[in-house]
Design a protein around this ligand. Structure first.
Ligand SMILES: [Zn+2]
Length: 263
């Protein structure tokens, strides 16, 4: 299994990061994609990925931090993202749900992140909450239609028509803990309809724990609970979910097998 999205540099993992990584491995999660979404963490995230063969990383600036940007920050991202263990740019995106930054600042930040990804030919990890019309408009205008490095709409939360548009743009949809929540009927209905070939599994740890661990810190070792929920929804064996979504993750992040020799 590949956990395609988690935040290992989060301070919540400071007391036992090593043990969290070991538990993930023991649970069959053989690759972790550490998402570093705030510029002060970028170097720490790269250091982690260079230290552990089973970790790679993605660097971005989350819309919550859209005010903390300047040209030097984007130059730094461009330079750091060329390092071999950096597989993507993100989280970048828009969040109109609960944010202290203005739409204008978020859009400008998102465009800059997209430009870096486009120039370096890296896939993008998109964060979007209650901002899909603007997000899709920007992607249509600024994301390459041919030769696109692709990407994922992380923790997908849109409706069926948004899902269709994201798929048409070539994006994968990320499925996390909320798929296991009792009231997530609409989300389950949408994920049921999306072809398995376009889904990737992610924990977003330490956030969004699956139902069984709600109220606790989430961990990459819980990834199989999400796979099981998708298997139930689709009515196919969990092994099939795992093999297809793992191949999807490899395609999404352009992972070569030499990148993580952990078997
Ligand atoms: Zn995240």
């Amino acid at each position: 299994m590949i956990d395609t999205h988690l935040h290992l540099t989060d301070p919540k993992f400071d007391p036992d990061r090593e043990a969290v990584i070991a538990r993930a491995h023991a649970a069959g999660v053989r690759l972790l994609v550490d998402i570093s979404d705030e510029s002060p963490q970028w170097e720490a995230s790269i250091a982690l990925a260079e230290r552990y063969p089973q970790i790679v990383c993605s660097l971005g600036q989350h819309p919550h931090f859209a005010n903390h940007v300047n040209p030097a920050l984007w130059d730094r991202l461009r330079a750091l993202a060329r390092r071999p263990r950096v597989v993507a740019i993100g989280e970048i995106g828009l969040d109109y749900y609960r944010s202290t930054t203005t739409k204008e600042a978020q859009i400008a930040c998102f465009r800059q992140g997209l430009a870096v990804a486009r120039d370096l030919q890296k896939p993008v990890v998109l964060h979007c909450r209650e901002a899909f019309p603007d997000l899709l408009e920007i992607l249509h205008a600024e994301w390459p239609k041919t030769g696109s490095p692709g990407g994922v709409v992380h923790c997908f939360s849109g409706d069926a028509s948004v899902a269709e548009q994201c798929l048409a743009l070539g994006f994968f949809l990320g499925v996390d803990g909320p798929i296991t929540y009792p009231n997530a009927h609409r989300l389950r209905e949408i994920i049921k309809q999306v072809p398995l070939e376009r889904l990737v599994l992610e924990t977003d740890a330490p956030y969004l724990p699956p139902q069984r661990y709600r109220g606790q810190r989430n961990e990459p070792a819980y990834l199989s609970l999400i796979a099981e929920a998708v298997a139930t929804l689709k009515g196919v064996p969990v092994e099939k979910i795992l093999s297809v979504t793992t191949e999807n993750a490899r395609g999404l992040y352009q992972l070569s097998r030499e990148m993580h020799r952990t078997e």
